[in-house]
Design a binder for this molecule. Structure first.
Ligand SMILES: *[C@@H]1O[C@H](CO)[C@@H](O)[C@H](O)[C@H]1NC(C)=O
Ligand SMILES: *[C@@H]1O[C@H](CO)[C@@H](O)[C@H](O)[C@H]1NC(C)=O
Length: 486
């Protein structure tokens, strides 16, 4: 009974806490029945409390006379593209050339925001409306450096006083946004809280020089309205303190850090601080919606034997048909032939002529180097080397065609690609895979709501159609406990 003497717990505790503590101590009773009897009234009280508070809440929210009138930015309807204001960092020098990228994603009738330029470009074919950044002489530092000018874009965007803004999304003039997925990702978060959402650099050397906690600007990042509101107050003073920093994104990060807010990482923002061929990352994308791509001028085209812009147009074609599924990986096995298949939807298919575990298929091939020193890593994800023996490499197929069948079914076709200079494996087994010239993948349009739940990679199934030159594959939800052996 000594243990039941809860004076230390009762003094100063809030009623709920006390109830809980008593509850815990009741279990010290030796006699189970008396413990049960003692618990009974407490359980009843708890239940009553629960029911009455639920009823109260319901009456507050359902009766029109009590409905709160919320300010624009505090509304709780689902987030859509109209709630976003883009702030694109740009300069006259690159503005025309970069219209190549903005044309790919900017919709002048539906999107809000501006590109912020150093001066008036005159006539321009870039579809993004622009503003000339304000001069900030007289606030204690100069806006003449591009980094300071661009760091202030969030302030200038906020000061426009646009209505119904939930998020300010920053990007560069060479950032390609996948806006449907940007909305999907931002809709997961409460825009009434202070959020700073983006991704850091793929190259660890970059994260170490800048910060793991920083959203790299080229990949784009989102700042919720309440955070922007506070940032506006502190920005000018803060920029003076960090005048020695390198980029605008680092300055914004510093000011946000002073406000005590940390980065929320979303794996679909791609700064693409890599050199070479991005193939490895695209073919084994994280289980997250594709939000952005960057540095495409500096990388090899996404598809081999195609120009950069043709590559992007092809990827966009698949994205427009099923935005949620773009690049999403599905794995399956042909147990009879012992083949493994990895699909990156809307991009590529890999066929291996042996069984490969999911723990390997999940890992990007290292087809690229680090950004700064052209090293073989480290990156902020695992990589696996491309085997020098072609017999251990998969046969790779790239997207060729996207076709909608009915309202929700989609067929994508992928064609075998072998670079002219590439050594080819000469075994009979490998010859059987090489005989497959194209792969047809059927899928249904992925429900965007799936991204609001715990994400799970989907499975696929090889359909035996008695043909040697073509394989049909169906993407589907995985069965219960489905793995490489089941
Ligand atoms: C976005 O949501 C608002 C409500 O917050 C609604 O009025 C508007 O029509 C929606 N816009 C689009 C493009 O869906
Ligand atoms: C590259 O494309 C050209 C024309 O589109 C084609 O003739 C050539 O065979 C392709 N090269 C490879 C390696 O597929």
């Amino acid at each position: 009974m000594q243990a039941h003497n809860t004076t230390t717990h009762t003094t100063g505790s809030r009623p709920n806490q006390r109830l809980l503590n008593n509850f815990k101590h009741s279990f010290a009773f030796p006699d189970k029945l008396s413990a049960f009897l003692l618990l009974l009234p407490r359980a009843a009280v708890l239940l009553c409390l629960l029911v009455s508070s639920t009823l109260l809440l319901r009456s507050v929210f359902s009766s029109p006379s009590h409905r709160f009138i919320l300010p624009d930015h505090i509304s709780t309807s689902p987030t859509n593209i109209s709630h976003i204001v883009f702030g694109i960092g740009a300069s006259v020098q690159t503005w025309e050339a970069r219209s190549l990228y903005t044309h790919l994603w900017w919709n002048p009738n539906r999107y809000r925001g501006f590109a912020w330029l150093d001066r008036d470009p005159g006539e321009t074919k870039n579809p993004v409306p622009y503003r000339v950044s304000e001069s900030c002489d007289g606030v204690g530092y100069s806006c003449t450096t591009a980094a300071v000018r661009m760091a202030r874009i969030v302030v200038e965007s906020y000061k426009l006083g646009l209505k119904n803004v939930r998020w300010f999304v920053m990007g560069d003039d060479d950032t390609v946004f996948f806006t449907e997925n940007l909305v999907t990702v931002l809709a997961k978060y409460d825009h009434n809280q202070m959020y700073y959402i983006g991704g850091n650099s793929e190259s660890i050397e970059q994260d170490q020089i800048h910060s793991y906690q920083m959203a790299f600007g080229g990949g784009g990042f989102a700042i919720s309205y309440p955070l922007a509101a506070q940032l506006v107050n502190v920005m000018d003073g803060c920029l003076q303190r960090y005048s020695y920093f390198y980029g605008s994104d680092q300055r914004v990060w510093a000011c946000i850090t002073e406000l005590g807010v940390h980065l929320t990482t979303e794996r679909g923002f791609h700064q693409f601080d890599i050199k070479g061929d991005p193939y490895g990352i695209l073919a084994a994308h994280p289980l997250a919606p594709l939000v952005s791509l960057h540095h495409l001028d500096r990388l090899e085209p996404l598809f081999p034997n195609q120009t950069r812009i043709d590559s992007l147009n092809l990827l966009m074609q698949a994205y427009r048909v099923d935005s949620s599924r773009i690049l999403q990986q599905s794995l399956c096995y042909d147990r009879r032939r012992k083949w493994s298949v990895s699909i990156a939807w809307g991009y590529s298919v890999q066929i291996y002529l042996f069984m490969v575990a999911a723990t390997d298929l999940d890992i990007p091939f290292q087809t690229f180097k680090t950004w700064r020193s052209w090293s073989d890593g480290p990156f902020n994800f695992n990589t696996r080397p491309v085997n020098s023996d072609p017999c251990w490499r998969p046969v790779v197929y790239f997207l060729k065609q996207v076709q909608e069948v009915g309202s929700r079914s989609i067929k994508t076709r992928y064609e075998r690609f072998v670079a002219k200079e590439e050594k080819v494996c000469e075994t009979i087994e490998y010859g059987r895979v090489m005989a497959v010239k194209d792969v047809t993948v059927s899928s249904t349009k992925m429900d965007t709501a799936l991204w609001m739940k715990a994400a799970q990679r989907q499975c696929c199934e090889i359909m035996d159609r008695g043909r040697n030159d073509n394989i049909g594959i169906r993407i589907r939800k995985c069965r219960n406990s489905e793995t490489i052996t089941t």
